[in-house]
Design a protein around this ligand. Sequence first.
Ligand code: FAD
Length: 296
Amino acid sequence: MKIIDILKQDKMSLSFEVFPPKKETSFENVKAATEAIAKLNPAFMSVTYGAGGGVSQYTLEIAKNLKYNFNIPMLAHLTCISSTKETIHQRIEDMKAAGIKNVMALRGDLTPELIANGRGDCDYHHAVELIRELKAADADFCIGAACYPEKHPESPNQAEDIKHLKEKVEAGADFLTTQMVFDNNLFFSFLYKLRDAGVNCPVLPGIMPITNANQVERAIKLSGSFMPQHFKSLVDKFGSDPEAMKQAGIIYATDQIIDLYANGITNVHVYSMNKPDVAEGILKNVSAILGKNFAG
Ligand code: FAD
C-alpha cells in the first residue's frame, strides 16, 4: 500500500521508525525488535538507511521481512550524498525488485571528509536530485522527504530552507516528515509557514520518545532541536531511575501526540528506535484515548 493513501484516510494514524543494525552480528536482535513493533500493527513502518553504506543492505532486508511476513506497509529510506549514480541506480532497482513502493529520499549527513574537501565531484548534492531520479525510474514510487521545523542546520535561514523544501515537493515528494520536535508549537508555526509558501502535501510531525537520560544530549546534538524546560525537568527528576524515566518519556510523547491530534493533525511518525516496549506503551495510551477514531 502507498503511504500517501494511508495519510489521506480520515482516521488518525501512528507510524514507527526503526533502524538497521550497525554490525552484522546484531542483525538477529534488530530483526526481532522490528518484528515485535510490527506485531503492534502500526499504520506503516519506516527503516532508516546508513549514510556511510556498509550495512545498508539491511534496510531492504528488514523492509521486505515486515512487508511480506507481517503485512505492514513499508517505507524504505535511501540517502545519496556518499553514493555514486551507479550505486543509487542499483538500490532503486533492488527496491523495485523487492516490491517496495514507498521511499524516503534523503541527502544524508555530510561526512567529515565531505566537509573538509567540499562536494564538488560528488554525484549528488541534494535530496531533490534523488527525488527526480526515483520519479524517472518509476513514476509510481510514493516518495517522502525530510523537513525541519527549526530549519536545517546548514540553512542560512528558514525562508531559504522552505524554498528548497518546496523544490523537493515540486520534484515529486508526496509527503514530508519532520525532524524530531519536542515542542508542538514549533511544529504548528512551521506548518503555517509551509502552507503560506504553497507547500500543501501532508506533513508528519516526528516524535522522539526520550526514555533514558543518556539519549538527551545525543538527540540535541543530532537534531539541534529545542528541548522545552518542562521536558528537561522530567529528565532532571527521573533521569537516574531508568524505569521512571522510561514511563515519563512515554507519557511526554503521548501527550505531544494527543495534542497534535486534538489540533487537527491526523498522522504522526514516532522515532521508536527499535524499542518495542516504548512503541507499545505509546500505542496503548493513544488507542485508549482515541478508541474507534484510531486506525493504528
Ligand atoms: P536536503 O533536502 O538536500 O537539504 C540539505 C540542506 O541543503 C538544507 O539546508 C537545504 O535547505 C539545502 N538545500 C536543499 N536543496 C538545495 C539546493 N538545490 N540548493 C542549495 N541548497 C539546497 N540520514 C541518514 O543518513 N539516513 C536516514 O535514514 C535518515 N532519515 C531521516 C529521516 C528524517 C525524517 C529526517 C528529518 C532526517 C533523516 N536523516 C537521515 C538525516 C538527513 O540525512 C540529514 O538531516 C541531512 O543533513 C539532510 O538531508 P535532506 O534530505 O533533508 O537534505
